[in-house]
Ligand binder design. Structure first.
Ligand code: ADP
Length: 449
């Protein structure tokens, strides 16, 4: 067993702070690496050591493998946590970290690689017995093949990038006439965004929910699930509000699907945290992808399970195994997370700038994960998410009431934020009722115009 004494956080923003907090609670020292734009970030101030790794552009800093490894070497960090985004699902980075005898707080590189290629991921999922969205058996090579598959599964179909992520590189094809041009567009967009033009096809489900299961493996053949999260409140295929448990999944469905995914992870020898994403329609689950990292929305699972997921990741990386076997995983109550973005709540135009005043909500069962403070300048170079509000309640109704109260208390002056959007969304009958699907938010926003 290799005890971690100093951990390098290869990320920024709220997740860097989140990781720092877990480390300090475990008595592990932290190293922050940051771009010149993030020198004043909260986690940089709190970390035991900080190293500047480059200019603002992420390709030159947060994605600069050589600089991050050098920072780990000069500070004698014995572990690296990648957070989410940036290098978190880069198998080569994971390999390089391990080659330097640094503990990689993440899955085995081969599993990152397999799941990072969505076509391979679907093949693997099928072998492990997970239900799939009907679609092409592999990458689409020719337009003739695409025509044939689309004919078989029926329009509308969705063209997706094998290396895609963040909801990018997807095209809905309503009818055969548009197939060729949309497939070419998807392919060239994928090439530009991910350096890989490979695309595949799925049936475009009419009105599903997005339901995902949190899993953990010890890397030695033991694995557990921590139930599901409902992430159907989305805009442009990006999650906006997440909750756990899903208002539409029964205890039986949870135990059954959770059991299937945990067994699949055990069979793979999966190590660390992972998320198995499904679309859910008419009582059926359809696997879409697996994320081999911590998710933005992990706190809702923490709230209902009482487990610190970053601590679990660190334990597993140290070879200590899982804290609890499946029988002792207890999910109680309800949790909802709102992603707070520095954006106009109506036009969604980014609104970075100086935080003139900041007051985070508090009180019982209210958690804010954010690196914001008065006087901080939100840099324009990165994602617009400036924080997450996570609220817990004994049941969904109590949780929503508390969320409404916490949103009222949230003060961020100096920029526009999506707080007012959340306030309106959670008061709609559709949200209250819990039956919303992935198309709902965009439809509702359209109606509000
Ligand atoms: P990414 O990795 O880019 O986030 P995903 O495969 O996870 O891509 O899909 C993101 C979102 O796109 C899903 O949550 C869902 O809203 C939508 N989506 C993906 N596949 C389908 C499909 N076959 N039918 C309908 N919507 C889909």
């Amino acid at each position: 067993m290799a005890k971690i004494t100093k951990l390098l956080i290869a990320n920024r923003g709220e997740i860097a702070l989140r990781i720092h907090r877990a480390c300090h609670e475990l008595g592990i020292k932290t190293v922050a690496v940051h771009s010149t734009a993030d020198a004043d970030a909260m986690h940089v101030r709190l970390a035991d050591e900080a190293v500047c790794i480059g200019p603002p552009a992420a390709t030159d800093s947060y994605l600069n493998i050589a600089n991050i490894i050098s920072a780990a070497e000069i500070t004698h960090a014995d572990a690296i946590h990648p957070g989410y985004g940036f290098l978190s699902e880069n198998a080569q980075f994971a390999e390089i970290v391990e080659l330097h005898n640094i503990i990689w707080v993440g899955p085995k590189p081969e599993h990152i690689r397999v799941m990072g290629d969505k076509v391979e991921a679907k093949r693997t999922a099928a072998k492990l017995g997970l239900p799939l969205v009907p679609g092409s058996p592999g990458p689409l090579e020719t337009i003739e093949e695409a025509m044939q598959v689309a004919e078989e599964i029926g329009y509308p179909v969705l063209i997706k990038a094998a290396s895609g992520g963040g909801g990018r590189g997807m095209k809905v094809v309503p009818a055969p006439e548009q197939l060729e041009s949309l497939m070419m567009q998807a392919s060239s967009e994928a090439k530009a965004a991910f350096g890989d033009a490979t695309v595949y096809m799925e049936k475009y489900l009419g009105d599903p929910k997005h339901i995902e299961f949190q899993v953990f493996g010890d890397g030695e053949g033991a694995a557990i699930h921590l139930g599901e999260r409902d992430c159907s409140i989305q805009r442009r295929h990006q999650k906006v509000i997440e909750e756990a448990p899903s208002p539409v999944i029964s205890a039986e469905q949870r135990a059954k699907m959770g059991g299937i995914v945990a067994n699949a992870m055990a069979a793979m020898g999966y190590r660390g945290a992972g998320t198995i994403e499904f679309l859910y329609e008419d009582g059926q689950f359809y696997f879409i992808e697996m994320n081999t990292r911590l998710q933005v929305e992990h706190p809702v699972t923490e709230m209902i399970s009482g487990l610190d997921l970053v601590r679990e990741q660190i334990r597993i990386a140290q070879g200590e195994g899982l804290t609890v076997p499946q029988e002792r995983v207890q999910l109680t109550g309800h949790a909802i997370e709102c992603r707070i973005n520095a954006e106009d709540p109506e036009t969604f135009v980014p609104s970075p700038g100086l935080v003139k005043n900041y007051v985070a909500p508090g009180g019982m069962h209210v958690r804010v994960d954010s690196g914001l403070y008065a006087g901080y300048r939100v840099p324009p170079y990165y994602d617009s998410m400036i924080g997450k509000l996570i609220v817990y309640g004994a049941d969904r109704e109590e949780c929503i009431r508390r969320l409404r109260r916490a949103l009222e208390e949230f003060v961020v002056e100096g920029m526009k934020t999506t707080v007012p959007l959340h306030q309106r969304v959670i008061d709609t009958p559709e949200f209250m009722d819990g039956n919303y699907t992935i198309k709902w938010l965009e439809r509702w926003l359209e109606e509000q115009r």
